[in-house]
Ligand binder design. Structure first.
Ligand SMILES: [Zn+2]
Length: 425
């Protein structure tokens, strides 16, 4: 009797442990909307800008449609991956190691190019006619590894902290991706673009002060356990193919969740069917999910869309409207537009542009180096005295405490030097 009870207990425990293996701890795919709410709450001016942004995007899309212009040019986005890990011995790669391998990083870049190029090979319920090549590509430029004692970060409030630990490379030239361990079971998060120059696109794409305040955190943050595919550090069976980053980069390019973050809400794309809510199922057989949004009509959700919450294996679609929207943001958002402008330059020369000049408070610098070559910045007064220390913020120089007068802004690469004069008033 006793033995029988024991064996029953054992069987029960075995069943429980098998269940434990089969089921993953529930996670929340994306913290972008939450992060955005916090950001807008802190900054009412930005909230107004955002509302006007949507109008600007829609106007742009209408103009493009009227002119029968399509976004066919391929835009290649240079990517910098910041690995922020707490592995004090700096060992790279292996199970549960946030200091992820180069192969894992490269696999994520491959996934981005496959997904944005519509070459992943997986076709869901929707056919090729709805999935398009977005004409956006990604190129890994650098990996920056930084040890930090923190074991995890908040995807909603720690963007600034991460950017202090591993500062963004120019956010008007690169897509910065911070890879670390996130808390609250979030997989990733992103900073939405702001389209702030609505009235005059010819104004040198200068950004407003409000927009610049967020420049240092502009990018996406991904938990290392969901970054890339086929790696020891990836243990999820549901979020294992790198689509978390595909999704977050979609936000970074202005895409909205397909249910519009509201019951039957809008994502401003006509070719993504309206959906009751997110697909938070962990069903990797990708069974259809239905909505009833308009009267009695039942429609099937596009759970294959990268901007839903579906398991990675179910995702395979960016639609044409999503593609056009991303290109509208690339044209209208000041930092994104600058990035595209740089990506079109083909010269061996070092280009430096500083403004405004004369300046009272903040001098902004745009620097183009061929082949993403690294460079240093130093600033001198007219007597040749250096005004800046070892670490200079290379995008914004605060000159409020500089005496009025003439100054020199010197940019140096291994082989080239460019010096620009500016006046502080
Ligand atoms: Zn999202």
């Amino acid at each position: 009797m006793k033995n029988r009870r024991n064996s029953l207990l054992l069987a029960g425990l075995l069943a429980l442990s098998l269940l434990g293996q089969a089921q993953e701890v529930p996670v929340t795919r994306c913290a972008s909307t939450e992060r955005d709410s916090v950001r807008l709450l802190k900054n009412p001016v930005l909230r107004n800008l955002r509302m006007r942004s949507e109008g600007a995007i829609q106007n742009y899309l209408r103009e493009q449609k009227a002119a029968r212009t399509h976004a066919d040019e391929i835009v290649t986005i240079p990517v910098v991956v910041h690995v922020v890990h707490n592995r004090s011995d700096n060992v790279i790669g292996g199970a549960s190691n946030g200091n992820i391998s180069e192969a894992q990083i490269q696999s994520q870049i491959d996934v981005l190019n496959e997904d944005y190029g519509n070459t992943s090979g997986y076709k869901g319920f929707y056919t090729d006619s709805l999935a398009v090549d977005t004409r956006i590509r990604f190129k890994l430029v650098s990996v920056v590894r930084t040890y930090n004692t923190a074991s995890q970060f908040s995807p909603i409030t720690d963007a600034t902290k991460l950017a202090e630990i591993s500062p963004a490379w120019f956010t008007n030239r690169y897509l910065n991706i911070w890879v670390t361990r996130l808390n609250d079971r979030y997989l990733g998060t992103s900073q939405f673009p702001v389209v702030s120059e609505l009235t005059d696109r010819t104004q040198g794409l200068a950004t407003t002060e409000n927009e610049e305040r967020d420049a240092l955190t502009d990018g996406v943050i991904i938990d290392f356990r969901y970054f890339g595919r086929n790696s020891d550090a990836i243990t999820s069976r549901i979020y294992n193919l790198g689509r978390t980053t595909t999704h977050e980069v979609g936000h970074w390019l202005g895409l909205i969740h397909i249910w519009g973050d509201a019951t039957c809400g809008t994502d401003y794309c006509d070719d993504t069917p309206v959906a009751n809510t997110k697909n938070e199922t962990t069903d990797i057989s990708c069974s259809p999910v239905y909505s009833q949004c308009r009267g009695n009509a039942v429609t099937r959700n596009m759970i294959e869309n990268y901007m839903d919450y579906s398991p990675d294996v179910c995702m395979s679609v960016f639609t044409n409207d999503q593609k056009e929207r991303m290109h509208a943001v690339l044209a209208l958002s000041p930092r994104r537009a600058k990035m595209v402008e740089y990506s079109r330059i083909s010269t061996d020369g070092l280009l430096v542009d500083i403004y405004p000049n004369p300046v009272r408070e903040t001098l902004t610098a745009n620097v183009f180096t061929p082949d993403f070559e690294n460079y240093t910045v130093s600033v001198y007064n007219h007597k040749g005295q250096q005004m800046t220390g070892e670490t200079v913020n290379r995008t914004y120089l605060n000159v409020r405490n500089f005496p009025s007068g003439l100054y020199f802004y010197k940019v140096k690469t291994a082989n080239q030097t460019v010096t620009k004069r500016f006046v502080v008033r």
